[in-house]
Design a protein. Structure first.
Length: 173
């Protein structure tokens, strides 16, 4: 090691220091660049998360609006059908009361000769009004029962129609 004294040693030490300073500088620059890249990725990620959050919020709002519109449509169907049902029920109730009180009469067609004389009448014979069959008058209580039975059938038909409309409206959404 005698040969490395003086000027060559200084040059070697100086070169090592310059190399170390350059290496440290490059390391520091690369570290700063990596930090900048990570910060950029973080910003991009936050931006993407924000866009996704906005899209999800918009979709939730759209679905909530659709649900409200569907509910309003279903409520309209319910109100309409309930009104029809109430109207029909009121009419049938009045008819049943009138029949039970013998204020109205109900007749049923009968097979000729199946009833004993008194309560059977012949058809009106008017053109196109009936087929000339014989009719028997029903007892007031039986007529009222038949009217109520018909009302129950009508109510079932209205309810079924309402349910079908509700299901169609739901499936269209």
């Amino acid at each position: 090691m005698d040969g490395l004294t003086g000027k060559p040693l200084v040059v070697l030490v100086l070169a090592a220091m310059i190399f170390a300073a350059g290496f440290g500088s490059a390391w520091s620059w690369r570290s700063a660049q990596a930090d900048a890249d990570l910060a950029s990725l973080g910003l991009d990620h936050e931006k993407e998360r924000g866009e996704i959050s906005q899209a999800v919020a918009a979709e939730l709002q759209r679905r909530a609006k659709d649900r409200l519109e569907l509910q309003a449509q279903l409520d309209g169907i319910d109100q309409q059908r309930y009104g029809e049902l109430r109207h029909a029920q009121d009419f049938i109730d009045q008819l049943a009361r009138d029949l039970a009180a013998a204020q109205r009469r109900m007749f049923a067609p009968v097979v000729g000769g199946s009833c004993s004389g008194g309560g059977v009448r012949a058809g009106s014979g008017g053109p196109g009004l009936d087929d000339g069959a014989q009719y028997a008058e029903l007892q007031p209580a039986a007529a009222a029962d038949l009217a109520r039975l018909a009302a129950d059938a009508d109510a079932c038909a209205v309810k079924l129609t309402a349910l079908q409309e509700r299901e169609r409206a739901r499936l269209e959404r």
